[in-house]
Write a protein that binds this ligand. Structure first.
Ligand SMILES: O=C(O)CCC(=O)C(=O)O
Ligand SMILES: [Fe+2]
Length: 291
């Protein structure tokens, strides 16, 4: 489940064999794990390790590097706003460096998504089942269709109190898809254009996005499945980092506070073996093109 690397620096160089191993493991649905790769906060950044600065409605603090924009914050002075932005920008740059060194094959075709800081304790958090990431799921976003692109995420646990980030990992994607596709309804003709017109979705919701969303929702809604599907609990201790394709790996975040995360999007043609992508797996099972 975890492919471990002894990396200690975000700009560390990797031999060819490690790069091959990383691609192979990721495309097989494994998590790349870096127990000694940490993100240092400066003394004046320590103050941000508190839920007080996160907007209670969004819970995550978000940053978009391409726009230099920070949102989901409250109670920050102008100076702190700049400092927090700098902290997240640094994490975003470090994540990109790591991907460039370890996954050069992917890095040329990546699009940089959002950076997030998650200073709110997960356990005990009440939310609707659809938004509840304590339930096993594969990632799919209702308003941001990714049209078959892969979701690649870099996480770092920056908890100062020794608290692990605890995840559950479920069964491989093909098994998930086999189980839930049968329950999925077909996309209703015209709906995608309508959602786009009303700006409910940021781009066209393809049939792929439709099925991924349905799988996401149906997995989360199924209490029996959540309890009984074969699964493993994984602990990511403070000062460790990990890379995971969350559209492929069935995951649930159970406990923990203070994680940094960077999202990247990637076309499947960047993969070494695109037949392992969720898009191609769903197309095989449904016997039709989906984008
Ligand atoms: O915050 C976490 O640890 C992971 C939550 C999650 O499901 C995700 O980011 O896709
Ligand atoms: Fe997720």
């Amino acid at each position: 489940m975890l492919k471990t690397f002894s990396t200690q620096h975000w700009n560390e160089h990797f031999p060819d064999s490690a790069q091959q191993q990383a691609i192979y493991s990721l495309e097989n649905g494994q998590i790349l794990y870096f127990p000694q790769l940490t993100f240092q906060l400066t003394p004046h950044e320590q103050i941000f390790l508190s839920p007080d600065y996160a907007d209670p409605h969004t819970k995550n603090i978000s940053y978009q590097a391409s726009q230099g924009r920070l949102w989901g914050v409250r109670h920050l002075t102008d100076e702190q706003h700049v400092q927090l932005k700098e902290m997240m920008d640094r994490f975003s740059k470090y994540s990109l460096q790591l991907i460039k060194e370890l996954l050069p094959r992917y890095s040329q075709q990546l699009t940089m998504g959002r950076t997030s800081f998650r200073p709110v304790q997960i356990s005990g958090r009440k939310t609707s089942y659809r938004k509840d990431d304590k339930r096993l799921h594969v990632d799919a976003f209702p308003s941001s269709p990714n049209q078959g692109h892969r979701i690649l995420r870099v996480f770092c646990n920056i908890n100062p109190n020794g608290e692990d980030r605890v995840w559950r990992i479920g069964e491989p994607f093909e098994q998930v898809a086999n189980k839930f596709l049968l329950q999925c309804s077909k996309p209703v003709p015209g709906i995608a254009a309508f959602l786009r017109l009303l700006k409910i979705t940021k781009s066209y919701r393809t049939a792929y996005d439709h099925y991924m969303l349905q799988i996401h929702d149906r997995m989360k809604a199924d209490d029996e499945y959540q309890k009984n599907v074969s699964q493993e609990e994984i602990h990511f201790p403070p000062h460790s980092s990990w890379i995971v394709q969350t559209d492929h790996v069935s995951h649930a975040a159970m406990r923990g506070q203070h994680v940094l995360e960077q999202t990247f999007y990637m076309p499947i043609k960047a993969m070494k073996d695109e037949s392992q992508s969720p898009l191609r797996i769903l197309e095989r099972l449904l016997k039709q093109p989906l984008v």
